[in-house]
Design a binder for this molecule. Structure first.
Ligand code: XMP
Length: 320
């Protein structure tokens, strides 16, 4: 008889057996998955654990603060906060090929983990919140030929030269199961029920153009307004994931009696049970109009908003 409580105990035993006396570094992204891994590891091997939160510069509004507060103050887990925005912007430069971006980001994460491991005198293991769908989608697409759809930055193993071994306790789980496990571990609902957020963050929501801090700031503001309106409308929990995308297109508009020539923002929202397939969310038009007005009035740099009504397949949830 399978229960989440039993799964938790079993995973804790497995982690203890795998890790022994070794030291574990856990990459915290702020998302549900890595948070659950961190709390699970904390229960399993406590003192041997150090978490590393890498602020890539591609986080959402307020996200870095929330993560650091939850883990440092509430859980008392050893946490290193790395401000790596400069490194990420420098490494990505003008690159706008989606796969190259993902691979560059993945490589940089590994380099930063290695450097942090060195600073604490070495680590034997690197823990990640890889889920079952991440494993599948990085390998092949369900029902189709064996092609890579997207290289999830956290899948694919570690470079040979790296001495750390992987700990991936969620590798067999789907998202809803990860949430149950998080609840079982006592993580607050507000945290466990958060929408998924990809490791590469806003970097894959600014498609087809060089990534700049200015563009990240514009997108962050639009995204925050959109999510605030979703929460205010009581729709947050009915939606699997919602976010804004900054398109590489400028269009003409009019503000007061002046001409504008600014960027287009696309809004995305989907329902799903595991992220493998998804339907676009059917907002009512008043809601979309309200969000559009707020974004255009409050975010300088955007003068047009469109809604993405593509389901998965044929679209993916993220744009890159
Ligand atoms: P797609 O865009 O492939 O996304 O339909 C399915 C789910 O996975 C998330 N996603 C990622 N999560 N690292 C992650 O941790 C990644 O590289 C990554 N790419 C996509 C996406 O947000 C959605 O929930």
């Amino acid at each position: 008889d399978w229960t989440m409580a039993a799964f938790k105990d079993q995973e804790i035993a497995k982690i203890r057996e795998q890790v022994g006396e070794g030291r574990v570094l856990c990459g915290l992204s702020g998302g549900v998955d890595s948070s659950v891994v961190a709390v699970l590891l904390n229960e399993a091997i406590g003192e041997q654990l150090t978490c590393v939160f890498v602020d890539t510069g591609f986080m959402r509004m307020g996200e870095a603060e929330q993560v650091v507060t939850l883990f440092r103050d509430h859980y008392n887990i050893k946490l290193i906060h790395v401000d790596a925005a400069d490194q990420f912007f420098a490494a990505l430069g003008d690159e706008f090929d989606p796969e190259t971006k993902r691979k560059t980001i993945g490589r940089l994460f590994i380099e930063i983990f290695e450097a942090e491991a060195k600073k604490i005198g070495g680590a034997d293991f690197l823990a990640q919140g890889t889920l079952y769908p991440d494993v599948i989608e990085s390998v092949s697409f369900t029902g189709g030929p064996s092609v890579t759809i997207k290289s999830h930055h956290n899948v694919g193993g570690l470079p040979e030269r790296m001495n750390m071994k992987l700990v991936e306790p969620l590798r067999e789980l789907f998202k809803d199961e990860v949430r149950d496990l998080g609840r079982e571990l006592g993580l607050p609902d507000t945290f466990v029920d958060r929408h998924p957020f990809p490791g590469p963050g806003l970097a894959i929501r600014i498609p087809g153009q060089p990534l700049t801090r200015e563009k990240c700031d514009i997108l962050r503001k639009a995204d925050a307004i959109y999510l605030e309106e979703i929460r205010n409308a009581g729709l947050y929990d009915a939606i699997w994931q919602a976010f804004a995308v900054l398109l590489p297109v400028r269009t003409v508009g009019v503000m007061g009696d002046a001409r504008t020539y600014d960027f287009v923002c696309a809004l995305r929202a989907v329902t799903s049970t595991d992220g493998m397939t998804a339907d676009y969310y059917h907002f009512d038009h008043e809601f979309l109009g309200r969000v559009s007005n707020r974004i255009i009035n409050e975010v300088r740099g955007i003068n047009r908003v469109v809604y993405d009504c593509t389901s998965k397949p044929p679209g993916t949830i993220e744009w890159e």
